[in-house]
Design a protein. Structure first.
Length: 273
């Protein structure tokens, strides 16, 4: 018997990285999954974006656990798209109990031909897309009257500005991730009386394609001081996606049934240095 038997989770950015890990971890505990990912290469981002093949791997991994998954390609910046994907998933799998606004992009250490566009795209995806996701799901969850749990993926950069290089992408990332905390606290106050809990998780560097790529590797190699600024207190350079997924599982399961409005770091001590 799993901790999430009979539950349905809506997960954004589910094609790879933390999103895939969350989908698998929740499926291991009995949840069915509604998944969305843009699956396009954004011209403001130098590292490779997620592909349909990535999403197919997530689908296969969830189905191998004998759980159901509904996937639709879509851009979280478009609230009507988010609504359509959400409604299609609910039609197939039933009402949503868990929402993970996990999606995100980062731009660090590379050329920015259009800094204004870069800043706006990072904020639109990492902050506006989170609002779109929760706004679509929360009203339905309130109407259903069965409570639920929402987890927003922020970052250690959502609690500190340490490590920013002053580029438009880095500043937009920190601003958006701080903004996610404000959304979480406001959502927690709004939704708490409906027994819907809202929290944020704050990972340090995680071994995902957003971090493990040539652009970030070159930036770290060329800027050793930046590497020192972003170092963890514990002797580990990067943590694994499942480390975040295990924290998410605690927050969305009955283990965390009275936990709401918290900023939960999973950061190997990064924030106490």
């Amino acid at each position: 018997m799993g901790k999430l038997d009979g539950k349905v989770a809506f997960i954004t950015g589910a094609a790879r990285g933390q999103g895939r890990s969350h989908a698998i971890r929740l499926a291991q505990e009995g949840a069915d999954i509604i998944a969305i990912d843009i699956l396009e290469q954004l011209d403001t981002i130098d590292y490779p974006g997620a592909t349909p093949a990535d999403m197919e791997e997530t689908v296969k991994a969830v189905e191998a656990l004998d759980r159901r998954i509904v996937f639709k390609q879509g851009d979280v910046r478009d609230i009507e798209t988010v609504k359509a994907v959400y409604q299609a998933g609910v039609a197939d799998l039933g009402p949503v109990d868990i929402v993970l606004a996990n999606h995100g992009i980062a731009q660090l250490g590379s050329a920015e031909p259009d800094p204004v566009k870069t800043f706006r795209e990072v904020v639109d995806i990492n902050l506006v897309g989170v609002w779109n996701t929760v706004w679509v799901c929360a009203h339905d969850m309130i109407e259903r009257g069965q409570g639920g749990s929402i987890v927003l993926t922020s970052s250690t950069q959502g609690l500190t500005g340490r490590g920013s290089d002053g580029s438009a992408g880095a500043l937009g990332y920190a601003a958006a991730k701080h903004g996610v905390v404000g959304l979480m606290r406001s959502f927690a106050n709004w939704l708490g009386p409906h027994n819907i809990r809202v929290n944020t998780v704050h990972p340090t560097g995680v071994e995902t394609p957003m971090v493990m790529n040539e652009v970030i590797g070159k930036y770290i190699a060329d800027n050793p001081e930046a590497a020192k600024m972003t170092a963890n207190l514990m002797p580990v350079d990067l943590i694994q996606p499942v480390d975040i997924s295990n924290a998410v599982l605690f927050l969305v399961s009955d283990d965390g049934r009275y936990v709401s409005g918290v900023t939960l770091p999973v950061d190997a001590g990064f924030l106490v240095r």
